[in-house]
Design a protein around this ligand. Structure first.
Ligand SMILES: [Fe+2]
Ligand SMILES: [Fe+2]
Length: 287
């Protein structure tokens, strides 16, 4: 099972590498550079050691203040895009193409679910956390699989063995099946390992989006492979989560599948997405 997850990580990691690269050069961030070279396994080693309840609470508090930037959703798409433009021209397509590929593929099959198209467009915007103006977080705190903290780490999580070095691993308050949670408490009451998913969820929620809860669910849990691929942590889900998970399963097919070479004419589809943004978000958001 872990091997499958690792494959996804390679996809995701491959996608992000241009960022690590350009930052490594521009800002002489030797930590990020060495991290990039260590590969997927070391990425997860760091991730599993440092993602603790304390760490997640601190990040949610810090980034929940939304005091860094004010910009529109589309401006954020472009911001994420610029990062890739700075790097080697031989590298992957710009992020905005992945966002639009996902959104357009969903739109083709689900023409009436406009909220799902918009979820496709914005689901990865939280990757701006890699940018210096957002604190330039390391890869392990931005991308990769996510999972709950505050209860036992499920064995289906990729590279589970590294959790033994996590300080929560031997904490009796955090290492039981329920930990700090209770049966069917609802995933929105569960602390997730910190990354671009939870950050974008916070941004959308705090800026009072009118997107349905299924869209917020997709944004927050799209990297939660232990749940949507392995069926772990179902005991924490409430009835609404069960309903929303159906949409997440649909979404995930497009998210992975769309990392392809199908080009999207950004200028052609932009008016449609601007109209969706206007429908579901304020003109300017706090980030
Ligand atoms: Fe993502
Ligand atoms: Fe994605």
């Amino acid at each position: 099972m872990g091997a499958t997850n690792e494959k996804e990580m390679t996809l995701e990691g491959g996608f992000m590498m241009p960022h690590a690269n350009s930052f490594g050069h521009t800002f002489r961030n030797y930590d990020a550079e060495s991290e990039r070279q260590e590969g997927v396994e070391n990425f997860y080693r760091r991730n599993h050691i440092y993602q603790t309840v304390d760490f997640v609470r601190k990040m949610r508090e810090e980034y929940g203040k939304l005091k860094r930037v004010e910009m529109s959703i589309w401006e954020c798409c472009e911001l994420l895009n610029e990062v890739v433009d700075e790097s080697d021209p031989d590298l992957d397509e710009p992020q905005i193409e992945h966002l639009l590929q996902t959104a357009e593929a969903i739109r083709k099959d689900y023409p009436n679910e406009d909220w799902l198209h918009l979820a496709g467009l914005i689901h990865d915007l939280g990757k701006v956390l890699l940018l210096p103006i957002f604190g330039g977080l390391p890869q392990w705190a931005v991308v990769g699989d996510t999972y709950p903290v505050g209860c036992r780490f499920d064995e289906s999580i990729v590279h589970h063995k590294y959790f033994m070095e996590n300080s929560d691993y031997n904490n009796p308050a955090y290492n039981t099946k329920y930990g700090i949670y209770s049966e069917k408490c609802g995933l929105n009451n569960v602390l997730m390992s910190w990354g671009h998913d939870d950050y974008m969820y916070l941004v959308a929620k705090e800026n009072k989006t009118t997107l349905p809860s299924a869209a917020l669910f997709i944004i927050r849990y799209h990297s939660f492979y232990a749940l949507h691929r392995e069926g772990a942590y179902e005991h924490l889900m409430n009835d609404e989560d069960v309903e929303n998970l159906k949409w997440l399963n649909i979404f995930n097919k497009y998210d992975l599948y769309s990392k392809s070479k199908v080009r999207v004419d950004v200028e052609k589809v932009k008016p449609y997405y601007l109209s969706l943004i206007e429908k579901y978000f304020p003109a300017k958001l706090k980030w």
